[in-house]
Ligand binder design. Structure first.
Ligand code: 5AD
Ligand code: SF4
Length: 474
């Protein structure tokens, strides 16, 4: 048993990160472990987790497991979890309650937890106390070892816990089963060293480790060959890409090299305002295949709160960067993340957040109530704002955000925009859905033959979170 340790997870050394090309090994005797068995995975949280799930699926299929989308049919259920806020945590434990009933009727059912919650000491303690009926728990640094973890648990009929709390390496030979035929996630870095005071990510994902450029470019070239149209470069803090490589190669260089592969659409998430350079802005504006869409988390509009959050920029610095991006990249859409109710946030601090929203008029935003995470500095800060007050702030903020989302969308009315059509609408089978270059969701009345193509669409109706359009012929 290898359980997580928050103190160790916090350590950052100057040790060189190793790039491992042969870490994932599947012994012949495990290639049929899943024969005639089905797996079901439920994924919580961010794109990074979604992409990890694509790796986990490929590993399970290497072992002959087949995917099912029905939990009741599964022989193996995995929850790939998120630790960013308390409600994600509660959802997972709620779900485990449901699975327990299933396990009582199917004693051979294997149940596992992985992802960021598995990296939390308190979660693993809770599992060892109250959820001993689970079969496997593995961390974000242990995915490649899933075959052995599963094999041991099945052979010994025991709960196998394998969670490393390390800075982490870069593993280059993990297989992937991509969910989408037209757009793909591409990891460019792992972990984070920013240690914003509220955030659990630097503890659950290890230190910042950039992938070497050649592996990224090769992966993108292969995706182009396989017919992919869009890629999203993934990292907790992509603008800091390359800083840990010591090869004088940064995010702007990477964006330029990726653009040269000829892939039709390039996106990247998530940006931290601190590392957003002028060079990057230039490269984005110069290349038509780098999408004019930037997710730029603000977190708070109060310089006092930003300091307490450890964000390394002031309200004015954020606004200056925002304006620079808006001025240099035509039609850019900018979205953000905002936390309300951080410890010590006064009514005045909150009104500064509203003020920044009024200045920036974001295309849209993800908004959250601060959620204290065990082990982070903000967890230890005195927090005497009532939940009711926090909820009121969130509500007020959301109303303003929605007003500007609709306003931003209204600018598209009657315009012709390129849309990558991804599939059929879940709500109406006569409608197709896709995204504009600026990441706006569009429902299009069109024939199925357009799926997987980038087409010009005339916007005919605009709502707060989506738009409707028709194909523009010619
Ligand atoms: N409480 C509330 N929101 C959080 N986020 C990260 N940690 C917390 C927390 N402890 C939000 C930030 C981040 C987004 C992914 O989640 O806004 O940008
Ligand atoms: Fe968390 Fe800050 Fe790192 Fe983003 S930059 S993952 S908010 S610590």
């Amino acid at each position: 048993m290898l359980t997580p340790n928050l103190k160790e997870a916090r350590i950052r050394t100057k040790n060189k990160v190793s790039v491992k090309e042969h870490e994932y090994i599947l012994n012949d005797n495990l290639k049929t472990l899943g024969k005639d068995k089905k797996y079901y995975i439920k994924t919580y949280g961010c794109q990074m987790n979604e992409h990890d799930t694509e790796n986990i699926k490929a590993i399970l299929e290497d072992m002959s497991f087949l995917e099912t989308d029905s939990m009741d049919e599964a022989d193996l259920i995995l929850l790939n979890t998120c630790a960013i806020r308390e409600n994600a945590h509660n959802k997972v434990f709620g779900y485990l309650g449901r699975i327990k009933h299933l396990k009582m009727t199917k004693p051979n059912l294997i149940v596992g937890m992985c992802g960021c919650m598995a990296q939390e000491e308190s979660v693993v303690d809770e599992i060892l106390n109250k959820y001993k009926w689970l079969d496997i728990v593995f961390g974000t640094h242990n995915i490649h070892n899933l075959p052995n973890i599963l094999n041991t648990s099945i052979a010994q009929k025991s709960l196998e816990v394998e969670v490393l709390s390390i800075e982490g390496d870069v593993l280059e030979n993990i297989p992937v089963k991509r969910e989408n035929k037209y757009k793909a996630w591409v990891n460019i870095m792992y972990g984070c060293d920013k240690f914003c005071t509220y955030c659990i990510v630097p503890y659950t994902r290890g230190k910042q480790r950039s992938r070497e450029p050649k592996y990224i470019i090769d992966e993108v070239k292969k995706l182009v060959n396989d017919g992919y149209l869009e890629i999203t470069l993934l990292g907790q803090n992509v603008n800091a890409y390359g800083k840990d490589l010591n090869i004088n190669y940064n995010m702007a260089n990477l964006l330029e090299d990726v653009a040269k592969t000829g892939i039709k659409r390039i996106r990247f998430v998530t940006s931290h305002p601190w590392d957003f350079t002028d060079e990057m802005i230039d490269i984005i504006s110069k290349h038509d295949n780098i999408m004019p869409y930037i997710h730029l988390p603000l977190q708070s509009g109060s310089t006092k709160i930003l300091k307490l959050m450890g964000r390394r920029y002031t309200k004015d610095m954020y606004i200056a960067l925002f304006n620079k991006i808006k001025n240099k990249i035509p039609n850019v859409s900018i979205t953000t993340d905002i936390i309300v109710g951080f410890p010590n946030e006064t009514e005045e601090d909150f009104s500064e957040t509203l003020e920044v929203v009024n200045t920036c008029k974001f295309d849209s935003a993800f908004t959250f109530i601060f959620s204290p995470r065990i082990g982070t500095p903000a967890h230890r800060m005195k927090d005497d704002i009532k939940l009711e007050e926090k909820e009121q702030r969130l509500h007020k903020l959301n109303e303003l955000i929605n007003k500007y989302s609709k306003e931003a969308n209204l600018k598209y009315l009657d315009k012709i925009v390129p849309v990558l059509i991804e599939g059929i609408s879940e709500k109406d089978e006569n409608m197709l859905v896709g995204y504009t270059d600026t990441m706006k969701l569009v429902n299009v009345k069109a024939n199925k033959e357009y799926i997987g193509k980038i087409i010009n669409v005339k916007i005919t109706e605009v709502k707060t979170w989506s738009m409707n359009g028709i194909i523009e012929e010619g």
